[in-house]
Design a protein around this ligand. Structure first.
Ligand code: TPP
Length: 627
């Protein structure tokens, strides 16, 4: 049946009793394709029935369907004309792993970062209202994980005043990437599982209806009873009703027939409403149901009947991932320094803080998908004498800009920001590249901005940052593996604001920040064999810049290349240009980095090539400079 569905119009031609078969085929198709072309896995399988029901009932793309985060939208993509392209998902030149307005009219809003769907939906509903388009429906599908963000609550608060048709489907699987945390997730479990509450609620309202039917004798009394029951059962016990948003559910998100009927009914109810849907992440693939965190996203090809990883395993030992070096090092440091605590906004396994959470559960905090809160929470810990290591992916840190300035840097607090996924991240694409942190942090006074070239440097920077009175300190490192097998070396302090000369040379100086320095070093070795003489400096700090080294460089060289895995607008290269201008140096300077445009998805290697700072790109730039 799936083969005949190229649009929601085709889907609507199918008899309702055949929809379970469509769901089965859709689920099989996703498992099949992902076993060869990996990507986000469990979340899409959990919303198959929801995806089919929503497109069956609503009139997309005129009705607006917004998927929060968008990592669960594979079913939606396949039903909306992208089945034939789905094998290119997340590949360079292929379709995006997230809804993208430039890809399809059915993708009502571009997503990737969480918790935006309610606000965007309210905007669309308000626009429909201004356009006097009362037929338009706006539906936001948001997970219980994404619901933990402040922005989602800001949306709910605003939504209650809305007069137009807006439905929030709360997809509750009690999981984020790791298990959902916090009071709100406990609350959802309570309302979803409290059979007594749900039964009592419906029985009580049924009884009132019966009394109404019995005759007009005590209408006043019935109305009073009705209102007080409503208050008791909804306003006081249901957070959504308390906000004047009608709450429906919980309903079984895998019962397609029931979902279809409920959604059709809700279409007829105007105003803001929430439908609470219970689903299972990974539904239909046993291993994913059993180990939901591991199967949130798959990185390698796998055997779809056994789940066995089919990636060719190398026998050569690999250097560790940077995130694991962070995870082990924070434990090592925390064992020596009792003031160290770890914080992650919902990424314990993504950033490897889970290592600390297992070993020191009292000193490691998962605060939910709440980057802004994570930063100010860290500020609170720091002002109380603790040294928080707040680990946030570079691109998610964009959320916390004011908190870094206002709550941390302005008060010069000792918060260590470990920014994982700095630079081009690969298949997640434009929404996830850590392109901007070096630039957007650089304007903040008091803040130290550093990036290690390898694992040893990461450990040394972490060690340095936790020493007394270092103030706010950011350490950014990329996704993926480092370069040292023997990374567990003894840690030592790196004087803040010092770079290092890795190679002396006469013809040109190359200044790098982060692991890109290793690539540059290999190239310079190669050129040395051709008799060329090129100097290489690992700057280590973008702020404060090592001015002593820079004076040496510009006194000796009139040709300089800077390389950074970040936007060239306002990053290290720009900082060095400013230094040149401020100190009246004249040199030919070439800046390599991420160009000033959004970079799509693909492998990291492909994207470095696109941005012109893969090995060939760097070599070309060097050769052009020294020719
Ligand atoms: C601002 C932001 N922080 C963190 C993430 C990383 N992230 C992607 S999916 C996800 C969990 C989402 O959980 P939920 O909304 O419940 O959806 P589920 O995966 O359970 O379907 C997280 C934390 C993100 N995309 N955006």
């Amino acid at each position: 049946m799936l083969d005949s569905i190229n649009s929601p119009d085709d889907l609507k031609k199918i008899d309702p009793e055949d929809l379970p078969q469509v769901c089965k085929e859709l689920r099989d198709f996703i498992i099949d394709t992902l076993s060869c072309n990996p990507g986000h896995f469990g979340s899409s399988l959990g919303v198959i029935e929801l995806s089919v029901a929503l497109h069956y009932v609503f009139n997309t793309p005129d009705d607006k369907l917004i998927w929060d985060v968008g990592h669960q939208a594979y079913g939606h993509k396949i039903l909306t004309g992208r089945r034939d392209k789905f094998h290119t998902n997340r590949k360079f030149g292929g379709i995006s792993g997230f809804p993208n307005i430039f890809e399809s009219d059915y993708d009502a809003f571009g997503v990737g970062h969480s918790s935006t769907s309610i606000s965007a939906g309210i905007g669309m509903a308000a626009a429909a209202s201004l356009d006097q388009d009362s037929d338009k429906h706006v539906v936001a599908v948001i997970g219980d994980g994404a619901m933990t963000a402040g922005m989602a609550f800001e949306g709910l608060n605003n939504m209650s005043t809305l007069k137009s048709n807006m439905l929030v489907v709360l997809n509750d699987n009690n999981m984020a990437i790791d298990p959902s945390v916090g009071g709100f997730s406990e609350y959802l479990v309570d309302i979803a599982t409290s059979q007594t509450y749900n039964k009592f609620r419906s029985e009580a309202f049924k009884a009132i209806d019966k009394m109404k039917l019995a005759g007009p004798r005590s209408t006043e009394m019935i109305t009073k009873l009705n209102n007080s029951l409503k208050n008791l059962l909804t306003k006081q016990t249901n957070i959504f009703e308390g906000l004047n948003i009608r709450y429906f559910g919980p309903v079984d998100g895998h019962d397609i027939d029931h979902l279809r009927k409920v959604l059709s009914d809700l279409k007829g109810i105007p105003g803001p409403k929430v439908l609470h849907v219970i689903t299972k992440k990974g539904k239909g693939f046993k291993l994913a149901e059993e180990n939901q965190t591991a199967w949130h996203a798959v990185g390698d090809k796998f055997d779809k009947s056994t789940g066995q990883n089919l990636a060719v395993k190398s026998t050569v030992p690999k250097p560790p991932k940077f995130q694991d070096v962070f995870g082990h090092t924070i434990v090592e440091l925390a064992e020596q320094n009792e003031k160290i605590v770890g914080i992650t906004p919902a990424m314990p396994s993504g950033c490897s803080l889970n290592i600390m959470m297992e070993k020191m559960p009292d000193r490691a905090f998962d605060v939910g998908i709440a980057e802004q809160h994570a930063v100010t929470f860290s500020a609170g810990l720091a002002i109380s004498g603790y040294t928080p290591f707040c680990n946030i992916y570079s691109s998610f840190m964009q959320r916390s800009y004011d908190q870094v300035i206002h709550d941390v840097a302005l008060q010069n607090l000792n918060v260590v920001f470990c920014l994982d996924r700095g630079g081009l991240v690969g298949a997640d694409g434009a929404t996830h590249h850590g392109a901007y942190d070096l630039s957007f942090l650089r304007g903040i006074p008091n803040l130290v901005i550093s990036s290690p070239m390898d694992e040893e440097e990461l450990r040394n920077l972490m060690y340095t940052a936790q020493l007394p009175n270092k103030g706010p300190f950011s350490i950014r490192y990329p996704r993926g593996n480092g370069s040292l097998i023997d990374w567990q070396r003894e840690m030592k302090e790196i004087p803040v604001g010092t770079g290092r000369c890795l190679k002396e040379g006469d013809e040109l100086a190359v200044l790098t920040i982060g692991p890109i320095g290793i690539k540059a070093s290999q190239l310079i070795d190669k050129l040395e064999k051709e008799g060329r003489s090129i100097a290489l400096y690992d700057m280590r700090f973008v702020k404060p810049l090592d001015e002593q080294i820079l004076h040496q460089v510009f006194k000796k060289h009139n040709k300089v290349i800077t390389i950074e895995d970040g936007t060239i607008v306002g990053g290290m290269g720009s900082a060095i240009l400013e230094f040149m201008a401020d100190n009246d140096y004249a040199a030919k300077l070439r800046r390599l980095g991420i160009p000033d445009r959004y970079i799509e998805h693909g492998t990291q290697t492909e994207l470095y090539r696109v941005c012109g700072f893969d090995k060939q790109g760097i070599e070309k730039a060097i050769r052009e400079m020294i020719s």
